[in-house]
Design a protein around this ligand. Structure first.
Ligand code: SF4
Ligand code: SF4
Ligand code: SF4
Ligand code: FES
Length: 713
């Protein structure tokens, strides 16, 4: 068979490789063939007959979504007969479809509505009463209106193939056919909403968006999900300063259209009525609202007086603040407070990881690599629960490219269902299990190894040595939680390392206290906590004469503070974050909360009030500083500005810091848990409380250690 087949579509001579479907060959040539059931990346259904085209020498129209091009084929997509076929298909689809576009959520972005506008069929020859079934609620997230359903099976396929859940099927036959959920009358599933977004009509609607607004009434703001570290792009629909929905239907960003429930529906923490909108100052033992001027003055005056008398500070930063905010915070700690006592909650051993990779070029895997790599090894991570997007990538790779997955985990994981080989190994014993995988791994053309937080310290060095011994190219992903855990380490929220993992001794400072030491210290004069809630994780917090907390909510730690400063959420600010794969992406501000300020601005204002200017607190200016200070962040600005992801460079040199493996612990969030953000998300909470919910429970209870501190933003 020739490498390229030659054929014509609408009189244009085209070429495509064997196996190319007519619908895709036409698309590549800029010729649109209408379709409902065909969906890029999913198996072929050929159910809707909307894509019929004329193929010369065939007796009747052919489905373009299921017919591959052939040498010499002559295809016509734009004839009067084909127009009539499309109109007839629409007329059939509308036999029972209620004409309720004016109230349907999908109105304005409905594929059926668009087709009817294009091909007619606005008037029906069917006069019988339409068959009606009441709308059903399957979960807090998913509602189904059967009469609107055109039975394209996109929802069934995306759930089964894309998510690996398989919660949807078909019930009944003929005119009463409808989509049915896996638990009879309700869903027990990931609640990801992929089925809702992929539905071409308004048959599936979401509990957060339905009947709230119209697509043209919102601003559409592309930013990065505030929850886990996978770095999914999400497009916020913002109306009157409030987020109404989130999706990624334009398939931009590293995640294409993928979002888990947190990215698609877990945005409602942002408008929670418990958001702090004014600073609080403790007066006579009680926290009282105050003005920003008064609160900033109080903090600055106390910090200045402690500094003047040579007092002792502690500073704890957040895994959710932007790179710019974390960079500014470490600068504030080191230059203004003149302390090295600064740290963050470490969710993965990034320090040892980057140190162990010195001398290895191209060893950092991107999220895209997970889709193209011939093989991946998952070590001690429940990927579908903790890193849903990375799990989606591996599943897509398996389906589309026959990518192989190997897994060594403490308990059962979803990847067991399709992995080439899996093994159970208790945490701490994973590396012993590796030897029994050696032969198969060494036979792969190349490999990506993803590892969770139980692989730390020397175990990482042994793992890299094992990778080196395989004799095939190996890349790695050190899995970390939260939207900017990786950035917090890269930006130097560490007691012994500056931004870019340089020793603090370079600026004549001695290493300071680490996270646990600051929380336990009884001799600190002031503790400044930005976006962290150690008390929620039941970590001990010693009494401190002056506790300042910056947060969105009155968390357990904030409730102990002397001054609480209301902070903006990740969806309310500009800046950058770095994903678990080390890819930098830009945040764009969508909504705003009256009274809250970004961490960057708050830190800048405190410094200014103390009489010290540590730089301009505009995110773009701070990012320029970061690029100068951190070689790994000298990435293409054009990639970032156009909404792309830029991979940080490895450090490629010894890291002169203490990884403190005993401090490394993932929050072990599951699909429906997300620290403080999750607790203040009505949607995530209601899904957890929904009867019959089994998903979201940890696949292996060993992954829920007591006392794991959690981050707030
Ligand atoms: S919400 Fe997600 S997991 Fe649940 S049925 Fe829809 S696609 Fe499947
Ligand atoms: S619910 Fe939507 S996606 Fe599912 S079969 Fe019906 S029309 Fe298609
Ligand atoms: S996988 Fe992570 S980053 Fe992506 S949508 Fe879910 S929580 Fe957000
Ligand atoms: S798109 Fe071809 S049959 Fe539905």
């Amino acid at each position: 068979m020739p490498d390229l087949l030659t054929f014509t579509i609408d009189g244009r001579t085209l070429q495509a490789p064997p196996g190319t479907l007519i619908i895709n060959a036409a698309k590549q040539a800029g010729i649109e063939i209408p379709s409902f059931c065909y969906y890029d990346g999913l198996t072929i259904q050929a159910a809707c007959r909307m894509c019929l085209v004329e193929v010369e020498k065939t007796p009747k129209p052919q489905v373009a979504c299921a017919t591959p091009v052939a040498e010499g084929m002559i295809i016509r997509t734009d004839t009067p007969a084909i127009h009539q076929v499309r109109k007839s298909m629409l007329e059939l689809l509308l036999t029972n479809h209620p004409l309720d576009c004016p109230v349907c959520d999908k109105g304005g972005e409905c594929e059926l509505q668009d087709m009817v506008f294009r091909y007619g069929a606005g008037e029906s020859r069917f006069v019988d009463t339409k068959y009606h079934v009441d709308e059903k609620q399957w979960s807090p997230v998913v509602f189904y209106d059967a009469p609107r359903c055109i039975l394209c099976y996109r929802c069934v396929r995306v759930c089964n193939e894309g998510l690996g859940v398989g919660a949807l099927g078909i019930g009944n036959r003929g005119v009463v056919s409808e989509i049915v959920p896996n638990e009879g009358d309700h869903l027990d599933c990931d609640e990801c909403g992929a089925c809702i977004d992929i539905c071409p009509v308004g048959a599936l609607t979401s509990g957060t968006y339905r009947y709230h607004t119209r697509p043209w009434e919102m601003d559409h703001v592309g930013t990065i999900c505030a929850h886990c570290g996978d770095g999914c792009k999400t497009t916020l629909g913002v109306r009157n300063g409030e987020i109404i929905r989130a999706n990624n239907r334009d398939r931009s960003g590293i995640n294409g259209e993928f979002l888990c429930i947190k990215g698609r529906y877990g945005f409602d923490f942002n408008a929670n009525p418990d958001r702090l909108t004014a600073p609080l100052i403790r007066v006579n033992g009680q926290l009282q609202p105050s003005s920003w001027a008064e609160a900033l003055h109080k903090v600055a005056a106390r910090f200045s007086s402690i500094k003047t008398r040579g007092g002792k500070f502690g500073v704890i930063g957040s895994n959710h603040s932007t790179n710019e905010e974390n960079f500014f915070l470490q600068k504030f700690a080191r230059q203004v407070l003149e302390t090295s006592n600064i740290d963050h909650r470490r969710t993965g051993d990034v320090i040892t990881f980057l140190d162990a990779l010195q001398g290895h070029s191209g060893a950092l895997a991107t999220a895209a690599d997970l889709y193209t790599t011939p093989a991946a090894l998952i070590l001690s991570a429940d990927l579908s629960q903790q890193h849903p997007f990375l799990a989606w990538q591996l599943r897509a790779n398996f389906r589309h490219n026959r990518g192989k997955v190997f897994a060594i985990t403490p308990g059962p994981v979803r990847e067991d269902g399709y992995a080439a080989k899996t093994m159970r190994a208790a945490e701490g014993t994973e590396l012993e299990a590796l030897e029994s995988f050696r032969e198969q791994l060494a036979a792969q053309p190349s490999l990506v190894i993803l590892f969770g937080d139980s692989i730390k310290g020397d175990a990482i060095r042994k793992l890299v040595a094992f990778g080196d011994s395989l004799g095939v190219p190996v890349k790695y992903i050190c899995l970390v939680d939260d939207s900017n855990s990786r950035g917090a380490a890269d930006m130097g929220l560490l007691p012994d390392l500056l931004p870019g993992y340089r020793s603090v001794r370079e600026i004549s400072l001695e290493p300071g206290l680490a996270f646990d030491q600051m929380l336990a210290a009884s001799d600190l004069d002031a503790l400044y906590i930005v976006g962290e809630d150690p008390l929620a994780g039941r970590a001990p917090l010693a009494s401190t004469p002056f506790l300042v907390v910056q947060d969105m909510f009155l968390t357990q730690t904030a409730a102990r503070a002397d001054v609480v400063l209301p902070a903006a959420s990740a969806y309310e600010k500009n800046g950058t974050v770095t994903s678990t794969t080390g890819e930098i992406q830009r945040l764009s501000a969508g909504p705003s909360t009256m009274g809250a300020k970004s961490d960057l601005e708050i830190i800048g204002l405190i410094a200014k009030e103390m009489g010290v200017i540590i730089g301009v607190w505009r995110p773009d200016d701070v990012f320029k500083e970061i690029r100068q200070a951190v070689p790994a962040y000298q990435v293409s600005a054009a990639i970032l500005e156009t909404g792309g992801a830029a991979l940080t460079a490895p450090v490629n040199g010894p890291i002169p810091g203490d990884a403190r493996p005993h401090l490394i612990s993932s929050a072990r969030n599951t699909l429906f848990l997300s620290g403080t953000l999750g607790r203040y998300s009505h949607m995530l909470s209601s899904v957890l409380e929904y009867p019959g919910k089994l998903y979201g429970q940890p696949a292996h209870p060993a992954h829920q250690p007591e006392g794991t501190p959690e981050t707030s933003r």
